[in-house]
Write a protein that binds this ligand. Structure first.
Ligand code: GLN
Length: 557
């Protein structure tokens, strides 16, 4: 078994998660079986309760674990299907240790960071070390070297290397090499200091991944090599990508990273096959046409808050050789002036969310998309607001609402199930993880999925209230997918609309490059069809310019 540990130096937000994920892509392209895991030094037990403003989206796994968004990168960039074992926080480590202590498992010993906390951490690495399944375990340590919370993790890695032998381990340090304009120079000092910090703890990196705006010249590479005791060819440049994050594996490959790692780990592998990945990147970078999509949400200034949704749109659009002009619309702004804000878009997407803020704006967005026959994709809360809208404005149920927003609403078209009431603890009543959906034959959903049973990831409390099903169906609101026993609505669509789809689950957690999710793909196809049919978009089929640099998607306000 081989191990790669990825630490970060100097500052946060260096894209360590992306770097680790890209490593996964490259090693898989060399036919190695790879698994990734993330250690998060913060004290929260999981990110489920963290504010998207601070922490970006909560990424949900098949088993219902609410995890860090880096696990989304791991799943999108590799074939890994992760579980709660692949994300460990200090909160979980201490919870485990304290529970053991209370149970008396430590037999009266003094409980200490070394060995008790570090043992729990090492156990998590070992848990993944199943040689029948994987060749390489990649472990990313969140935070920055020097953080107090990170110390037990680094100490655990130091011990772990001793146990498995240094020939089986590579320590990779992702660091910043800043460019100082006044001096016209790239500076190596922060990296030197960060590596010195690692050495203090007893860790010597074998590879430096240098995040930089400018190319690293020979001198800088030499200096970093000398001062950090890393061989010169292991000083790897990771320049800011020009167009899309999906370029990262290609740029790291061009720097020889995958070959270097295989040499360091004594792994014999074929040359990597990156043809499909290259093709995907090419389509993302210079698509034949573009389409404008509005995403109506609450956290429009936080790029990471809807990360998986933006990525899923990119995957689906690339499969249609199309680029996306993203219009990020603050839901609260749609309480008025909806026409002015949405009239130029070819599709409307309403993401998931919690709480009442912005709800009426989202309901207006759903109404506008329904009336103007603009393709609509509602994810989780996006499906719930579409339901409320239809009940109010088509079925005449004026007071229709969700009990989440109005506790005693007389018309709870969205509500808690009887058995959920009384579960007090936040999170305890949440429906999480993968559940099967039975798709009703003859629906648009069946056509999109090409299947009658699918499994999708959930993260919600409230459900469609089946008491309203017949009344709404009579007016054209179709429940096109349910739980296998038929009691829970999972998918809805409108009969008289080219593409109005809402799902109670989160399809964005299962979309990948070259494997777009059917609901997103169907949505983009419908948007393109609408655009082609619109006189105002007559230029749609012209060759579009290359994607604007340094933007994932091009936000327009
Ligand atoms: N707030 C809604 C619920 O709990 C929707 C959740 C979501 O969009 N993820 O059911």
């Amino acid at each position: 078994m081989k191990y790669i540990f990825v630490t970060g130096g100097v500052v946060s937000s260096l894209g360590k998660g992306l770097t680790a994920a890209s490593l996964g892509t490259l090693l898989e392209a060399r036919r190695l079986r790879v698994v990734l895991q993330k250690f998060d030094p913060y004290l929260n037990v999981d990110p489920g309760t963290m504010n998207p403003f601070q922490h970006g989206e909560v990424y949900v796994l098949n088993d219902g674990a609410e995890t860090d968004l880096d696990l989304g990168h791991y799943e999108r960039f590799t074939n890994c299907v992760l579980t709660r074992h692949n994300n460990l926080t200090s909160g979980q480590v201490y919870e485990t240790v304290i529970l053991k202590e209370r149970r008396g498992d430590y037999l009266g010993k003094t409980v200490q960071v070394i060995p008790h906390v570090t043992d729990v951490i090492k156990d998590r690495i070992r848990e993944l070390s199943d040689e029948s399944k994987y060749d390489v375990v990649i472990t990313e340590i969140g935070g920055t070297t020097g953080d107090i919370e990170g110390l037990p993790f680094l100490e655990a890695i130091r011990q772990f290397i001793l146990e498995v032998g240094p020939q089986n381990v590579v320590n990779m340090h992702v660091t910043l090499v800043p460019y100082i304009k006044a001096a016209h120079e790239l500076k190596t000092k922060p990296t030197q200091q960060s590596v010195a910090k690692l050495r203090e703890i007893g860790l010597q990196p074998q590879v430096l991944i240098c995040r930089t705006e400018k190319p690293l010249d020979r001198d800088v590479r030499h200096k970093l090599s000398m001062f950090c005791s890393v061989s010169e060819k292991a000083v790897v440049e990771e320049r800011d990508v020009e167009h899309t994050i999906y370029e990262v594996p290609l740029t790291l490959h061009a720097e020889g990273l995958d070959k270097l790692l295989c040499n360091l780990l004594h792994l014999e592998t074929p040359e990597p096959d990156l043809a499909d990945w290259r093709k995907f990147v090419e389509r993302v970078v210079s698509p034949k046409r573009r389409v404008k999509i509005a995403v109506v949400g609450k956290y429009m200034d936080v790029r990471d808050a809807y990360k998986s949704i933006y990525e899923s749109l990119t995957h689906a659009a690339a499969s249609e050789d199309c680029g996306i002009d993203l219009k990020l619309v603050d839901a609260e702004s749609l309480e008025h002036d909806i026409e002015a804000r949405l009239k130029d878009v070819a599709g409307v997407l309403v993401p998931g969310g919690f709480g009442v803020r912005g709800i009426e704006g989202k309901i207006n967005a759903a109404r506008y998309a329904r009336e103007q026959k603009i393709p609509y994709l509602g994810l989780c809360l996006g499906m719930q607001v579409a339901t409320i809208e239809f009940a109010r404005n088509v079925c005449g149920i004026k007071d229709a609402n969700s009990t989440e927003f109005q506790k005693n609403t007389p018309e709870p078209v969205i509500s808690l199930l009887e058995e959920q009431r009384g579960v007090r603890n936040k999170g305890a009543s949440m429906r999480l993880g993968t559940w099967p959906t039975k798709i009703i034959t003859g629906t648009l959903a069946e056509k999109i999925y090409g299947d009658t049973e699918v499994t999708e990831r959930h993260r919600h409390r409230y459900e469609f209230n089946m008491k309203y099903r017949d009344r709404m169906n009579a007016k054209g609101f179709v429940i096109s997918g349910t739980s296998p026993d038929g009691t829970l609505a999972e998918l809805i669509e409108l009969r008289d609309h080219p593409y109005f789809v809402g799902c109670q689950y989160h399809p964005e957690f299962q979309s990948k490059p070259n494997k777009p999710h059917p609901l997103f793909k169907g949505f983009i196809q419908a948007c393109l069809a609408r655009q082609a049919g619109c006189a105002t978009h007559a230029r749609a089929d012209q060759e579009s310019p290359r994607r604007a640099p340094e933007r994932e998607l091009v936000p327009q306000r």
